[in-house]
Design a protein. Structure first.
Length: 148
């Protein structure tokens, strides 16, 4: 099953303090993420109400975060309020990056055929782990995400 998930909001966080910054905003410790890894977290109000379910992918130079469309406004407001752009630059990448999901029993074989990655490599990715593949039209991120 091919699912266009481009409606999700995508933001990148750059700078030496990006890990600490997101750790301070989210329920999980982002500080331990190495490039190629990722995780799920939640953004909460001070009273514990969920603002957004957040997927984080750690890349070499930044953290790529995506949230569902229904949480985009709340997440964006939280970022603008609490993230100091002098220490952690944040950029909305929604229009610059597409988000396509391939799901189902044959998804690993389909992604392997498109990217040239070995199916075993794809199967060995931990949840939210990812690799970047260079294709003719530019690089793509292949991530193992356990949710639709």
């Amino acid at each position: 099953m091919l699912v266009d998930r481009s409606h999700r909001t995508r933001m990148s966080f750059e700078g030496d303090r990006r890990l600490d910054t997101l750790t301070g905003l989210l329920t999980n410790d982002v500080g331990g993420l190495a490039p190629g890894s990722g995780q799920y977290a939640a953004a909460l109000t001070p009273r514990g109400k969920i603002i957004a379910d957040v997927r984080i992918l750690a890349r070499e130079a930044d953290l790529l975060v995506d949230v569902p469309v229904r949480a985009a406004a709340g997440w964006g407001a939280m970022v603008r309020k609490f993230v100091n752009p002098r220490t952690t630059k944040f950029v909305d990448r929604t229009d610059a990056l597409a988000d396509i999901g391939i799901f189902g029993a044959q998804s690993r074989s389909i992604v392997a055929a498109i990217t040239g990655l070995a199916p075993d490599t794809l199967g060995g990715l931990a949840p939210y782990a990812h690799v970047t593949v260079a294709l003719d039209r530019g690089p793509i991120i292949v991530a193992r995400v356990p949710d639709l």
